[in-house]
Design a protein around this ligand. Sequence first.
Ligand SMILES: *[C@@H]1O[C@H](CO)[C@@H](O)[C@H](O)[C@H]1NC(C)=O
Ligand SMILES: *[C@@H]1O[C@H](CO)[C@@H](O)[C@H](O)[C@H]1NC(C)=O
Ligand SMILES: *[C@@H]1O[C@H](CO)[C@@H](O)[C@H](O)[C@H]1NC(C)=O
Ligand SMILES: *[C@@H]1O[C@H](CO)[C@@H](O)[C@H](O)[C@H]1NC(C)=O
Length: 965
Amino acid sequence: MMWATLLTGLVLLSAILPGLSQSDNDIKGRWKRSIDLNDVYYSKMRRYRLPNEVTPTSYHLDINLRSSFESDQFNGHVKINLTWSDTSDRITLNVHENLEISHVSIRMIRLAPDEAGKGALMDVNIARTEYQRPKSWYIIHLEQMLKNGSACEVDIKYSGNLTTNETTGLYKSAYMDSEGRKHPFIATYLQLDNARKMFPCMDEPPYKATFKLRVFYSNDLRVRTNTRQISLIQVNEGARNQATFEETPRISTNQLALVISDLQHIEPVIEVNEMDGRKLEVKVWGRKDFIESLVDVPDKVVEVVNYLQNYFNSSLGLSKLDVMAIPMYSNSKASDNWGLMFFKESELSSPLVWTTAYELLYQWIGQSVTPYRRNDAPVNKALNSFLASMATIDLNPDEMEGKWPMTVLYSLYYEFAQTAPFSRVAGIRHEATWTKAELVFRMFNYTLGHELFQRSVRKFFHQQLKEGRTFFANDIFTYLNDVANETNNLPPGLTINGIAASWINRDRVPLVTVIRDYETGKINLSQKVYLRDIPPQSTAKVSYQWDIPIVMQAESNLNFHNAKPTVWLKKDNEPKNLTISDITSKDNFIIVNPEEIGMFPVNYDSCNWKMLSLYLQGPNRERIPPLTRAKLLHDAWNLAYAGELCFGIAMNVTLFLKQEKSHVVWEPVFTMIHHVGRRIEGLDVYLKFEAYIRSLLKPLYLELGENPQPNEPSWKTHMRGLMKNFLCRAGYEPCVKEARDQYKKWLTDEEPDKGNPVANKFLCPVFKWGTNEEWEFGLQRVINFPKTSLARKQNERTYLLKTLAGCPKDANKIERLLQVAVINQNENFTDADIHLIFSMLTGSATGYKTLFNFLHEHWYAVKERFENKTYLWDGIVNFATSSFNTQEGYDKVNRFYMDHQNEFESADSIIKKALRIIKQETKWNEENVPVIDMWLTENLSKEDLEAIANSTSTLSTTAAPTTTD
Ligand SMILES: *[C@@H]1O[C@H](CO)[C@@H](O)[C@H](O)[C@H]1NC(C)=O
Ligand SMILES: *[C@@H]1O[C@H](CO)[C@@H](O)[C@H](O)[C@H]1NC(C)=O
Ligand SMILES: *[C@@H]1O[C@H](CO)[C@@H](O)[C@H](O)[C@H]1NC(C)=O
Ligand SMILES: *[C@@H]1O[C@H](CO)[C@@H](O)[C@H](O)[C@H]1NC(C)=O
């Protein structure tokens, strides 16, 4: 959800919705996971792929840590059984340059099948060894050529240094207890290609082998690895310990794990159900001072394990599972080694189920069976993510309600409807790809039904377990397809793989239009690419088509458990649309794609919309489930925004919000308000719009109450936060007062640059509604921000600067900021700061208008100042001009351009583009603003309209809302 948050953050500009939700933060980490073998790894791997001549079958690995706590060194001894899969006279292993090999020998253990009759094993001799540093290849050249099917055991003794400056390979770290005593520990992080730092091996995921591990150590610490300890020999009261572990199943080298520490453990009260004749033993580990925070974790783990065992109809394949909160764990990714999982402390102690379920799922899909290549990992991630959501809905429904799938889905709708998806934010396309795939799994779960879906996942898992334990992305879909075919679930000509591809491979979603002919009783269905902004003429029209399941509900027969498609709108339909018989009479509405079964918005004829909006205002409203109510609202509003639907109709669909109590429906409303609000901000209609929004919010806000109640569900707190935030931005008095009171603490601080005692969420209201002095104080804090302080992070400063620029409603504050940063050339402002200020100013009409005036007035000074800084010059021209959206604005910018026609230089094309954009926006406004205005005038209360009339006549630009009348 992180990237989704990121997108929403951008949408809400300023990211001035700080700390909205505790739970958002809690689940923020969920997208960063261990199996997402990253680019670096694979680009390297593709280049340095080990030759496919021999395959390891088993490792015996001895790690000697007897002197490691003192000297940071360790000794190792590995024996690897290798089978020839080709004729070759060499063995290539991955060995990190920091391992020093002291002995290598080889013995033959099996002849090739066609030589087997010829008698005794031959002697194999090493001709020479060679180290290729850039590839970290250690090549053993043999004197003999061995044939396909031969097998040898390689024996290598080596020594190495523990990693101490980072947490990779076999590393040493330490934590402090509450008394300040240091507790060293040794642990592994072998993900990606770090196993070669611990032992010579074939360090690529598909080379799976069994491992027998022995650890030698000399203290009273405890060793944990993937498997159970089978013996511990102690000599000299622990001075010479030797711990031996059960042989692992076949695993990849990077799945091996080892920890030697004094962490303590707790055990669950409830038990894991017996499965495959095994009863999994669960232990949760943490340092002594932290273990209290983990008390609820063991039972949670057991609960999830039972759920997943049941889902897969399989144990996780090991007899024990250790879940560890590793102190000082600095990898961004939890490390889900088979049977031994490492978490950040804060991540493990969270009471939420989703992350635990998601990580545990990797024990099955990821550890027991592993994606073969990088391209296969996102599908793994997507499937696990879907299954984790499913598990969470079943085990702890409150946690997901209103968040999934909406948060990700609505962000996708938003992004894919852009003229150029992902153009603003690099790096999230990747994330979006597997989020899409997750929603495709969700779609199949609905259209095939929960049972068939589960049956295919089980089949996939058990079959892969029997075969190579590695899988390709397509395998998952193939199993879904096979099961679907067994039950005639798909119409002829469609395959699951084909359907999935049309949804996953594109950064677009379809818009389905449903037109009912009430005379003839027919429904016409058609699809086209969903776009929110009118694409510039130059953009070629994209003509993608999808295979779309059309699930329908009729007012006369509402049954939201039925998710079977009535029909599929196929991509190769000829003609492109499809006509079917209506499913109900003409005075009943229909709903297509209820519950967001497929990733697509739906438009209807105006008559159907009208029936829907009336029903939503009526007493039976809740017969339509919240997610579908939210969808109707979302689609209507966004289609109007996109010019596909008259705003009057969309506004009618919003009327039911006055009675709406479900946060699921409310959740996305704020983004929608923001989108439209941003377009009309600064126009007269905006006051009416705000008044209308307040009239929608008020009933629920009153019901929620001003302050949190003890033990209230988290969504209440969350909703109150959203509402308060909205009201606060609109100048709601109690909120502004609270913010200013908090801010006073800082204002009166003797040494204000030592730290900021004010929570972020209070800054914006103060800078917006507070005095010039309060704002100026904030500015001084940016200017005097300590450059080298461990206690203060640069992002604190960035946040301050963003709010100082993005929040004010008074032009004079912005003028002052521009004066200081640009004209006075205050050296505390870097180029990046200045660019940030400019970009923040596009968030409000006051902002960009002031920036425009500033550029206008200080033309030559600014031009000189940015003479050698094209980036800033282009930036200021862009941000100062491109946000206007009226004819008046167009004329102003155009005149400005004429006045300085030959002086824009690099920014010439930018302002030309801005003029084009303004024209488009103006067109939008001219088409929609009168409609919105008229609708609002008809629907606002008399009091509201009078209040607005009064406030505009007294030139106050804001009507502070009240909640008590
Ligand atoms: C290799 O195979 C031989 C013969 O089966 C066996 O004795 C030896 O223990 C194996 N070594 C490893 C490292 O698995
Ligand atoms: C390990 O560290 C020691 C001391 O810093 C150094 O002399 C030695 O070369 C290192 N060994 C390896 C294999 O890098
Ligand atoms: C740790 O040390 C190694 C070798 O000296 C170096 O390659 C690596 O970049 C260092 N890592 C960090 C995080 O400093
Ligand atoms: C899976 O599909 C079933 C309908 O067969 C539905 O009830 C269930 O909520 C779906 N699960 C998820 C997680 O979407």
